[in-house]
Design a protein around this ligand. Sequence first.
Ligand code: NDP
Length: 472
Amino acid sequence: MEVRDKIYIDGAWVPSTGKGTLEVFDSNTEEVIGTIPEGTAEDADRAISAASAAFGEWSALSHEERSKLLARVAEGLAARTDEIAQTISQEVGMPLSLAKIVQVGLPTGVFADIAKKVTEFEWETELGNSLIVREPVGVVGAITPWNYPLYQISLKVAPALAAGCTVVLKPSEIAPLNAFALADIFHDIGFPAGVFNLVTGVGNVVGEAIASHPKVDMVSFTGSTRAGKRVMTLAAESVKKVALELGGKSANILLEDADIDAAIPGSLFACYINSGQTCSALTRLVVPRSKLAEIEEKAKAAAEGFVPGNSLEATTTLGPLASAVQRDRVRGYIEKGLSEGAKLVTGGTEPPEGLDKGYFVRPTVFSNVTRDMTIAQEEIFGPVLSILPYDTEEEAIAIANDSIYGLSGGVWSTDKAHAERVARRLRTGQVDINGGAFNAVAPFGGFKQSGVGRERGEFGLEEFLEYKSLQR
Ligand code: NDP
């Protein structure tokens, strides 16, 4: 049981001005594994004032000095990999071995990479009679979700600090303990007071206080499209810069000439990773109608090959969902799929056998899904794949683009050039061709209602910069 009773403001662990606490649950057992302070708008205000006061000195440091400090954050995270991965695995439900790589390895890499990038980046360029200088945007409010909690924090905090900004972080109440570990690391390294601040609490109190605060220059948000719209509305009042990384309903097109045996296992993994709690999950499998029966059979076998279980057990390949709310929401979508007439290929609303406790959902596949069905349009955020058949390639592309979202996508074909032509026609921020490997520094973000702005690598750093032109 991890009891955290203080928040981190101005270089010190201090009590919240509120009296409330929030409980953190093990999604495998439904037991409480920690408590955190339920912060207040006043806490947010104190943290923002500290960040504002610290901005001048932090932004004036040399890139080399900031780089050295950020490299030490990577070292601090690497040293605590096992402990942090175990906590996130319990909070979120990702199998532990994968959590070590994805939930801790990736964010460690983000800090290490930005520490390097900050010294190589072209901070000033000449353009005619102008000198273009990049300057930090100012005080950044970072509001993050629970599905890849530390990674999403790192994608904001690391580039923001590298740019010379100061930060107030409000992590998700569902998976917050890693944020405390990160604050410990900042504290132990001896970051200047006020550069990094942590205020926990619920979104509609602390999150809204950050999004509406006049001293916050930029708010960077990852989460649901619903909350993202609210953040953008609040931020408009003081004309803040806003970066939003929101939901998705990404399509994965198997072209006529796709290698089905290669495509199906990869496609199921791309949908079920982290129990489907992934904004870029490929949740709509768009397939040639002529091959529907074969694909259904193979998808069923691949889905049933996943082993649901406690995320800390080595044999588990599909853990639980992060919360009871999330489990009930996903089961609700499965019910909706059934009532709207989709064909259930495997899975369903019952918990997996022997897993009545914990927030488990069966690996589920629907077929004969049509574009107008709820399960073809809304983000489910669980292990639920929808197969949509098509008759022509034009129709496949139209199905893929028939979404309010535009985050990710996939195309499978034995002819790579053919796959690339189709990929260029998808209105999404990224497309994986034949299961193309993850690239940690390629820009990540959405078209349409999947968001505004890009994260990762140099593109992510630029989000936290203003451009100033000096005419000479
Ligand atoms: P939210 O969008 O509510 O949560 C994300 C973050 O935003 C949390 O820190 C949350 O705080 C905060 N927040 C919530 N409301 C506000 C607000 N009004 N102003 C400012 N901040 C706010 O996601 P949920 O946890 O409710 O998940 C719901 C659905 O959202 C999921 O089923 C999934 O479809 C989608 N989602 C998408 C994600 C993505 O990566 N694109 C990530 C997470 C969810 P709090 O601590 O109170 O939750």
